[in-house]
Ligand binder design. Sequence first.
Ligand SMILES: C[S@@+](CC[C@H](N)C(=O)[O-])C[C@H]1O[C@@H](n2cnc3c(N)ncnc32)[C@H](O)[C@@H]1O
Length: 196
Amino acid sequence: MNAEQMNDTVNAHIPGEYEKIKEATAGLKFNMASDLYTGSLLKTLAASKPSGRFLELGTGTGLATAWILSGLDVNSSLVTIENNELLIDVAKKYINDDRVEFLLADAYEWLKNYSAEKFDFIFADAMPGKYDLFDETIAILNRGGIYVIDDMLAQPNWPEGHDNKVKDFIQRLEERNDLLITKLNWSTGIIIVVKK
Ligand SMILES: C[S@@+](CC[C@H](N)C(=O)[O-])C[C@H]1O[C@@H](n2cnc3c(N)ncnc32)[C@H](O)[C@@H]1O
């Protein structure tokens, strides 16, 4: 009977903006949006960092942005970066929240130049910050900070050769002795990393 309670269907506490963003996302035929499981996890983890500084690399249309914001306390802030104006405009249209700053920018350039305060939580959902400029990204995460990635299990939209990239990246994560990692064989394949 406990198995019934432990079903992982996400049907509660979905952010208010979610349905409208999802509709707009489908309209744009954007197929890289995070799923409900990832969203729910992001929200739960976000709540662990009151007065936290949050960073999302790869806003897309803002589905994960909405989830992260729904876990944030009033004193926290989120910077989210996207280089596709069409996509970030959807997020801007539907998410009205003073705690979030939307940046239309190239995350490669942004990461190379960022030297201000570090972050407590990073959702790295683009090539820069994950497969590229990983060291630079971990360098701007505070001790005790959480770094989250999804899509670590094979996805239908993976380009050819991406599986090798993923394997190399997981190995790289496992080799670092300043990071604690847990791999979740769930949703699209999530890895949760905490910086020691
Ligand atoms: C996996 S999608 C993000 C999905 C989004 N986080 C969500 O949950 O719905 C990756 C995003 O990264 C963006 N992106 C790719 N390269 C980028 C770059 N150099 N700088 C900023 N954004 C980039 C893509 O346009 C795409 O929207």
